[in-house]
Design a protein around this ligand. Structure first.
Ligand code: SAM
Length: 163
């Protein structure tokens, strides 16, 4: 048995587990990050959370807040991005989005799967405070009416919800 294979196995296992839990890792296109930021409209001092933050590109671009990630590979990539980009007001936590408390969140970003939105919706409804903003990329949250959408020919749609 080659013991070096154990960390490789752990990384692959956590990636597969995160994929089954919420979504595979597919990043927000770089050119769409500015669109997402505009829709999130984050003000200084507001609390921003990204559930399933992948390699942290959106949270680092926002420049403040917390990225939550369940896959060890993406979590480590996000931490590396935070250090390299010197994002002082950003942190990443290795956690399951379904267990992360959202009571103080002002703006939330998610790029997960439609059936995951279906599963996480009761948590959002129970925990998000009135006025909290939720932006999703590519797919809408089933059962919620968006307040605004951002559409660009040839690019995925963004949805803004206000609680
Ligand atoms: C479609 S990718 C989006 C990545 C990033 N938000 C972006 O837009 O670039 C979804 C990410 O969510 C993570 N993920 C899936 N289920 C999760 C869960 N239950 N808790 C935390 N992260 C999860 C995956 O590992 C993956 O990195």
């Amino acid at each position: 048995m080659n013991w070096l294979l154990i960390p490789v196995f752990l990384l692959l296992f956590s990636m597969a587990y995160a994929t089954l839990s919420g979504a595979p890792w597919v990043p927000t296109w770089k050119r769409d990050i500015a669109r997402a930021k505009k829709l999130l409209d984050l003000q200084p001092g507001e609390t921003f959370v990204e559930l399933g933050c992948g390699d942290g590109r959106v949270t680092c671009a926002v420049g403040q807040g917390t990225g939550v990630e369940l896959s060890l590979v993406q979590y480590l990539a996000a931490q590396a991005r935070r250090v390299l980009s010197r994002s002082k007001n950003v942190r990443f936590v290795f956690a399951n989005a379904f267990n992360y408390k959202l009571h103080d969140v002002d703006a939330l970003y998610m790029f997960l799967m439609p059936d995951t939105y279906e599963k996480i919706r009761p948590k959002l409804e129970a925990e998000l405070k009135p006025g909290a903003r939720v932006v999703t990329y590519v797919w809408p949250i089933p059962g919620w009416e968006p307040d605004r959408t951002d559409e660009l020919p040839g690019a995925p749609k963004l949805y803004l919800y206000k609680r």
